[in-house]
Design a protein around this ligand. Structure first.
Ligand code: PBG
Length: 339
């Protein structure tokens, strides 16, 4: 057995310095021992469960690429919110799919928009359920981009006014947290100011700060009917190759007033979560996105992996890398497993 020398400050220094073998397996001898020294835990109050809400009544349409996830009308959504609450989950994030899409994202900011109605309904029936409103325009735009379009260009500053208007109307409907996912420059500052001016200074902002132009969003775009009708999102979402740039984005959002910063997707970006942990003491959210979910579900359905173990390992990895909160489609399954 090798005797290794471990730097002074490390925990095993006593054994190593006495020339005794280092036996890391002592602390793995049995489950009680392993639980005692376990460093990372999944807590249900840290998991955020997503909903895709549509107009109508009695609608519950399965998303084929996301088993267990549905587009649903508000009446159906309320039943699932109740189920989630009974399972011990305490927060949801809402994505709206309007009946009509246009070039100014009207459905995103009108008082009777789908997110506004869904938020009001949840807050009325389940006042303790924390409601996070995804603030973006792509689901409401006929071209599927996250901002105002001129020709082939996605315009930054004209999009900010609409985002701010959307955030204020979501707050007015009772949202606890506004979550801008558009990646326009300067939107956190503009939204913060608009919320404060409208008297919503207690409404928090969870900024999708480091949001990468990821192929892992594929199934979500089916669920939210939000795929861009031309081009892609690379002029606003980040290049997956850029870690340092992600830290710039996060620093800017903090400066502009974000209360929580987010890294998205999660599993291919654990290094960014870890570096963000060193950058700020604010809470960090990670989005365990649709494609990450679909891969686990597909492999599990084929009997290739153990769904429960793989899912818990994925979420543990995200938490261990430094995420405080995790948005995940697995939340209800996890709640059932941990019960
Ligand atoms: C909207 C938005 C997207 C996701 C969350 N908000 C898709 C996109 O940017 O195209 C993806 C979430 C997921 O994949 O689960 N801008």
């Amino acid at each position: 057995m090798t005797v290794i020398t471990i730097p002074q400050e490390k925990f095993a220094v006593r054994t190593a310095s006495k020339n005794l073998p280092v036996r890391m397996r002592r602390l793995r001898a049995n489950e009680a021992m392993r639980s005692m020294v376990r460093e990372t835990h999944i807590h249900l109050e840290k998991l955020i469960y997503p909903f895709f809400v549509v107009e109508g009544k009695n609608v519950k349409t399965p998303i084929s690429s996301m088993p267990g996830i549905y587009q649903q009308s508000i009446d159906q959504m309320l039943k699932e919110v109740e189920e989630a609450a009974n399972l011990g989950l305490s927060s949801v994030i809402l994505f709206g799919i309007p009946n009509i899409k246009d070039s100014v994202a009207t459905g995103a900011w009108v008082d009777d928009g789908i997110i506004q109605k869904a938020t009001l309904a949840i807050k009325k029936e389940f006042p303790d359920m924390l409601v996070i409103a995804d603030t973006c325009l792509c689901e409401y735009m006929d071209h599927g981009h996250c901002g105002i379009v001129d020709g082939n260009e996605i315009l930054n500053d004209p999009s900010l006014d609409i985002l701010a208007k959307t955030a204020v109307s979501q707050a007015a409907a009772g949202a606890d947290i506004i979550a801008p996912s558009d990646m326009m420059d300067g939107r956190i500052g503009v939204i913060r100011q608009a919320l404060d001016q409208a008297g919503f200074d207690n409404v928090a902002i969870m900024a999708y700060s480091a949001k990468f132009a990821s192929a892992f969003y594929g199934p979500f775009r089916q669920a939210a009917e939000s795929a861009p009708q031309f081009g892609d999102r690379k002029t606003y979402q980040m290049d997956p190759a850029n870690g340092r740039q992600a830290l710039c984005e996060i620093a800017l959002d903090i400066e502009e007033g974000a209360d929580i910063v987010m890294v998205k997707p999660a599993i291919s970006y654990l290094d960014i979560i870890k570096e963000t942990r060193h950058l700020t003491n604010l809470p960090i959210a990670a989005y365990n996105v649709s494609g990450e979910y679909s891969m686990v579900k597909a492999a599990a359905a084929n009997g290739w992996i153990d769904e429960k173990k793989v899912t818990l390992e994925c979420l543990t990895g995200i938490a261990r890398s430094g995420a405080d909160l995790i948005i995940t489609y697995h939340a209800k399954d996890v709640a059932k497993w941990l019960k």
